[in-house]
Design a protein around this ligand. Structure first.
Ligand code: NAG
Ligand code: NAG
Ligand code: NAG
Ligand code: NAG
Ligand code: NAG
Length: 482
């Protein structure tokens, strides 16, 4: 599962600035998608018996074309003497799996940083149905022989250095269930032959240089459960047929150049667990139909700076929501949003950096005291917050809180009550204007039976009081930036 940061170039200078602040929150998703969404890579296989000489030779030939193996991933792939046991049986080599007939069915060389040429000797692995070369350094065009590997069901070429357009022979691999081409330098439009790969359940084209609109044939790929087009240069509006792809569990359209309004029909894709529409040029109101996506676990509406939010009541229907990203989208006029957020019992991460929160008028008495926050990570950078806003911050902080970011605000000291949050491990408080009353905060913290604070960053905030004595009590502290 991709867990990398896409590099995206924005034309507006302000976006360069904002990107440096918030890039870390983008695309670091690891949503739990159960394997029923993509076929299991066939049984891992048995390691009894002995692999055939032909397959052994094919793997050794593959190895001989690799000139860089920094982790020694292929160290166990040794020619050795024919009659010696285990080490000579290629079914025991790292990354290799065989079936119960000792035929190689799976090659998992993920995260190997291997560089070299992908040898066509792999064609001699005639039972190979799973090939994972994710996160290596293979480059150039995708080698054509791959299309002759007719047993393949799972092909992961993500995060390599392949370039050019997607070659046409890929379209002949109609047996594929899983295709990951993300994080390469592919360009051009999505070629039409992709539409003939009707068995695909998982298609990841994210983090490339594709452009054009979303082609209509995508809508006829009825087996798709996972579609990632994020981090490209796609444009146009979201076409209506997307709303009919009601089987999708995962849809990433983020970090592109899509425009128009966010269509209401997105609300009919009720199987979605993950939806990312952030970092696009959408305008208009964020539709309350998103509240129909009651299975959502993660929703990203980051940096939709031309969109308006009329209310967030619809959010309260998303009872499975675990992560919500709305940084850079103005929430200034939204009333009651704290109660809406508090009603999300499974919410663990909330990103509201740069949301104009200082404009929110929200008397503390509005907060429904029967709610308790489940938030573990709370990001509230750059909202012009001053100390008079702690009244609404307070209900969002509970003992569940582990990570809190209040940097780049106008706060005059770390609020003392945060010292009661004994589970806090990271507190980011840099670039606040007023003196930080660190000792107050630290003295409250010392009331915890065990202190977990590991990272405290109050760089370029002025602080007052003596620190040294208090700090000595915090053996857990790993980084302290003042
Ligand atoms: C080998 O695996 C195949 C397919 O999974 C199965 O049908 C067959 O019974 C297995 N044979 C043995 C000897 O386990
Ligand atoms: C497959 O193996 C045979 C010998 O077992 C060899 O002659 C042939 O060159 C191999 N094919 C590839 C594509 O390496
Ligand atoms: C959303 O759900 C409401 C009922 O809760 C329904 O009337 C509406 O048509 C749905 N909208 C979409 C886009 O699915
Ligand atoms: C507070 O939340 C509870 C639980 O959802 C609800 O029953 C109650 O009506 C709410 N109270 C107020 C004042 O909104
Ligand atoms: C805090 O910010 C609000 C909203 O911008 C403002 O009305 C208020 O006067 C500020 N309070 C202080 C103490 O600066």
């Amino acid at each position: 599962m991709a867990n990398k940061i896409y590099h995206k170039h924005f034309t507006l200078p302000i976006f360069f600035f904002i990107l440096t602040l918030f890039v870390l929150e983008s695309f670091t998703t690891t949503i739990a998608l159960d394997w029923s969404l993509t076929p299991p890579p066939t049984s891992p296989g048995h390691r009894t018996g002995k692999c055939t000489k032909k397959e052994r030779q094919a793997l050794l030939h593959f190895k001989s074309n690799i000139y860089y193996d920094p982790q020694g991933l292929l160290d166990t792939w040794t020619p050795g003497e024919e009659e010696k046991v285990a080490s000579n049986d290629c079914c025991y080599w790292s990354g290799v799996m065989c079936n119960n007939q000792s035929r190689v069915t799976s090659l998992d060389l993920r995260d190997g940083f291997l560089a070299g040429k992908i040898s066509p000797s792999l064609l001699n692995l005639s039972y190979l149905n799973y090939l994972d070369l994710y996160d290596n350094s293979f480059n150039g065009m995708i080698p054509m022989f791959i299309s002759s590997m007719t047993q393949l069901r799972y092909l992961d070429l993500g995060w390599n250095d392949f370039n050019g357009t997607i070659p046409m022979f890929i379209g002949s691999m109609t047996q594929l269930r899983y295709l990951d081409l993300s994080g390469n330098r592919f360009n051009g439009k999505i070629p039409m032959f992709i539409g003939s790969m009707t068995q695909l359940r998982y298609l990841d084209l994210g983090g490339n240089r594709f452009n054009g609109t979303i082609p209509m044939f995508i809508g006829s790929m009825t087996q798709l459960r996972y579609l990632d087009l994020g981090g490209n240069r796609f444009n146009g509006t979201i076409p209506m047929f997307i709303g009919s792809m009601t089987q999708l569990r995962y849809l990433n359209l983020g970090s592109n150049e899509f425009n128009g309004t966010i269509p209401m029909f997105i609300g009919s894709m009720t199987q979605l667990r993950y939806l990312n529409l952030g970092w696009n040029h959408f305008s208009g109101t964020i539709p309350s139909e998103l509240g129909n996506l009651t299975n959502l676990q993660e929703l990203s509406l980051d940096f939709l700076s031309s969109c308006t939010v009329e209310n967030l009541d619809w959010l309260s229907h998303l009872s499975h929501l675990d992560k919500l990203f709305m940084s850079g989208t103005s929430l200034g006029k939204v009333d009651h949003w704290v109660n809406v957020i508090l009603s999300l019992k499974k919410l663990s991460a909330l990103y509201l950096n740069g949301c104009d929160l200082s404009l929110v008028v929200y008397p503390y008495s509005y907060v429904n005291s029967s709610f308790s926050s489940s938030i573990v990570s709370l990001y509230l950078q750059e909202n012009n917050l001053n100390s008079s806003m702690y009244h609404w911050l307070f209900p969002l902080t509970s003992n569940a809180l582990v990570e809190l970011d209040l940097s780049r605000n106008m706060l005059d000291g770390i609020p003392k009550y945060l010292g009661n949050l004994c589970g806090l491990t990271s507190l980011y408080f840099y670039s606040n204007l007023m003196p930080v009353k660190l000792p107050d905060f630290l003295s409250n913290l010392s009331g915890c039976t065990s202190v977990t604070l590991q990272h405290l960053d109050a760089t370029s905030s002025q602080f007052t009081g003596s620190v040294s004595d208090d700090i000595r009590n915090f053996s857990s502290l790993q980084d302290l930036y003042l």
